[in-house]
Design a protein around this ligand. Structure first.
Ligand code: HEC
Ligand code: HEC
Length: 206
């Protein structure tokens, strides 16, 4: 091989490494659709059916958040007993494809119970300053759609029992995959009644 060809070869290796890194991060929704047959049993055809209690709705959730959760569920960083083994056949590209697919589906819509509004709305919109609870809306957005670029998930339309369970799991430290302990710090200052009210309230945001 001439030294010029050798150098060209090196450049191509570098370029293809960078390129495959980009494809991994992006994910392909069409390819993802072909990889969710096993998921339908619990998450439903639309991704939003919650066929068992405490199953989260996935449709319209941001791909970056979905990918982070799947990587952490697969590695065991986030304990999710019913998900055990479900992601083992998906490699990094497969997980990114599945994340892109669910992100491309319509988001769920829910309805809050009116009597929960008085407790939940002030906390969601303004936090509880006296005990250092930040406003949920600062990160999850006033309409509950989250901030995908920052990794803040959408909460609107989510299964109420699932949301309640997650807030309690953060509070107990059983879910500990939130960077900088953001959600653990907040939820440990919330009462059961506040958590139940917030779970109902956020499901009705749109
Ligand atoms: C046996 C039922 C079941 C099957 C099958 C299943 N899941 Fe799940 N999934 C769950 C439950 C329950 C949770 C909530 C876990 C928890 O926190 O306890 C969950 C959580 C998730 C989450 C996290 C969502 C969030 O808002 O944080 C993602 C993403 C997910 N599943 C994707 C998938 C994919 C992709 C498949 C198929 C490859 C799949 N699931 C198959 C039951 C299931
Ligand atoms: C400073 C930003 C921030 C604030 C304020 C905040 N959150 Fe979060 N929240 C996050 C992040 C980041 C995650 C994702 C953690 C992870 O990576 O697993 C999250 C996750 C969640 C989840 C889990 C979603 C799912 O699909 O599993 C719920 C529920 C939630 N937050 C509710 C709330 C509520 C209610 C409040 C207000 C009392 C609140 N959050 C305030 C940043 C925030």
């Amino acid at each position: 091989m001439s030294s010029q060809n050798f150098r060209l070869g090196l450049v191509l290796i570098v370029v293809s490494t960078v390129f495959s890194g980009t494809t991994l991060a992006q994910g392909n929704a069409e390819a993802g659709q072909g990889k969710v047959a096993v998921c339908v049993a619990c998450h439903g055809q639309s991704g939003n059916e919650s066929l068992l209690p405490n199953v989260p709705k996935l449709g319209g959730q941001s791909a970056s958040y979905l990918l982070k959760q799947m990587v952490e569920i697969k590695s065991g960083v986030r304990a999710a007993p019913l998900m055990n083994g479900m992601l083992n056949t998906l490699d990094d590209q497969g997980l990114a494809d599945v994340a892109a697919y669910y992100a491309s589906l319509p988001a769920p819509q829910g309805a809050a119970e009116a009597e929960k509004l008085a407790i939940a709305e002030p906390i969601y919109k303004a936090g509880i300053a006296s005990i250092g609870v930040a406003a949920c809306s600062a990160c999850h957005a006033p309409n509950g759609k989250g901030i995908p670029e920052a990794g803040y998930p959408a909460l609107s339309g989510q299964d109420v029992a699932y949301t309640e369970m997650q807030l309690k799991a953060f509070r107990a430290g059983e879910r500990a995959n939130d960077d900088a302990e953001i959600m653990r710090t907040i939820s440990e200052r919330l009462t059961d009644a506040e958590i139940a009210a917030l779970a109902s309230y956020v499901s009705g945001l749109r």
